[in-house]
Design a protein around this ligand. Structure first.
Ligand code: ZN
Ligand code: ZN
Ligand code: ZN
Ligand code: ZN
Length: 338
């Protein structure tokens, strides 16, 4: 800077106090105190609330969630900072997440509508079955639906021999073997320290009456996520009960994700219309619930998995072009998307 300044006029553009230090920052020809500059322009971490430190090469590097925009120090990826098992947001210094008994963490927004036991999930299960009926895909068989802990779900996945593909973290299962599964009879209570206790679990013997023995879903997830898992698993059931055999994993999982996405979309849209005629009394009511629904939609649509993600995108574009019925007919006779 070559210009000469009267000391009194050489003031910080942020706080308007004179700058007396020899070191200062210039931004578009305006001087700033170094500290004022940092306050204004240095990104802060949404998790620890500190300034995000520069790395060894002097660059400020941070992680940002593609949907929530939450930005944080890269170190929080490994320093065991809790992350919500449902929405992926990282726990910040000023809120404490809830610990589920199987060690998963849940943020307070996801907790708000979370479904904790098998009985509590029945109305939602009926809503999803009605959704299938509304698409002329009524499932006549009574298929038991049970909420389970993570370990019980993983054990059930391992004893199934059908070769279904599963996401890295399995959240639901359409069972076709006979098994005894530990299910959640009674929801846990929250105690001090944001922990859950007192959950009642017991073995349930599942016998097979049709192609599908039962549907298992991970407990503790918010209503919209639980519903989309139910829709996905019920679609597996529907395919089996309707003679779809030996589909390629990306076709089967893809079309199941298409149905999950359709249900979520209908819920998110029902939540945004103010019409009192809407029968869906439980549609997302708060803007936070709606945003969560949009996140689950985003997650399905942008999944990088070649089976779930690419399968969904192929199935979705077929459905947009030919409609659901023609897409399903085509899958039945050719095993692929039209
Ligand atoms: Zn200043
Ligand atoms: Zn941080
Ligand atoms: Zn969450
Ligand atoms: Zn599946």
């Amino acid at each position: 800077m070559d210009a000469l300044w009267h000391p009194n006029c050489f003031r910080c553009h942020a706080c308007n106090e004179p700058i007396t230090e020899l070191e200062f920052s210039m931004v578009s020809n305006c001087p700033y105190h170094k500290t004022c500059y940092k306050k204004l322009y240095h990104p802060k971490c949404d998790v620890c609330k500190d300034f995000i430190p520069a790395n060894r090469t002097g660059l400020i590097e941070y992680r940002a969630h593609p949907f929530w925009g939450q930005k944080y120090c890269p170190t929080h990826e490994y320093d065991s900072t809790p992350r919500c098992c449902s929405c992926e947001r990282v726990e910040s210094k000023d809120v404490q997440y809830i610990s589920l008994e199987d060690k998963r963490k849940l943020c307070l927004e996801c907790l708000h509508t979370s479904i904790m036991d098998t009985g509590e999930c029945q109305p939602l299960y009926h809503e999803i079955r009605d959704f299938f009926e509304g698409m002329q895909m009524k499932i006549k068989q009574e298929i038991p639906m049970l909420l389970v802990e993570r370990q019980a779900l993983n054990e059930a996945v391992e004893s199934e021999r059908d070769g279904q593909h599963h996401m890295p973290e399995t959240r639901g299962l359409c069972l076709s073997e006979e098994q005894t599964v530990n299910t959640i009879f009674k929801r846990p209570r929250i105690v001090a320290g944001n922990r859950f206790i007192d959950m009642r679990i017991g073995p349930t013997k599942l016998t097979r009456h049709c192609e599908v023995t039962a549907i298992l879903v991970l407990y503790g997830l918010p209503r919209l996520l639980t519903g989309s898992i139910l829709a996905h698993e019920l679609m597996h059931a529907w395919l089996r009960l309707n003679g779809f055999r030996n589909l390629l994993p990306e076709v089967e999982e893809g079309i199941c994700q298409v149905i999950a996405h359709m249900w979520l979309e209908s819920e998110v849209m029902a939540g945004s219309s103010n019409s009192s005629s809407s029968k869906k009394s439980k549609a997302p009511r708060t803007p936070a619930d709606k945003k969560l629904g949009e996140f689950f939609l985003h997650q399905i649509a942008n999944d990088s998995s070649p089976i779930y993600g690419s399968g969904f995108r192929a199935g979705h574009s077929s459905m947009m072009q030919y409609g659901l019925k023609r897409t399903l007919d085509h899958i039945k006779y050719t095993g692929r998307f039209p």
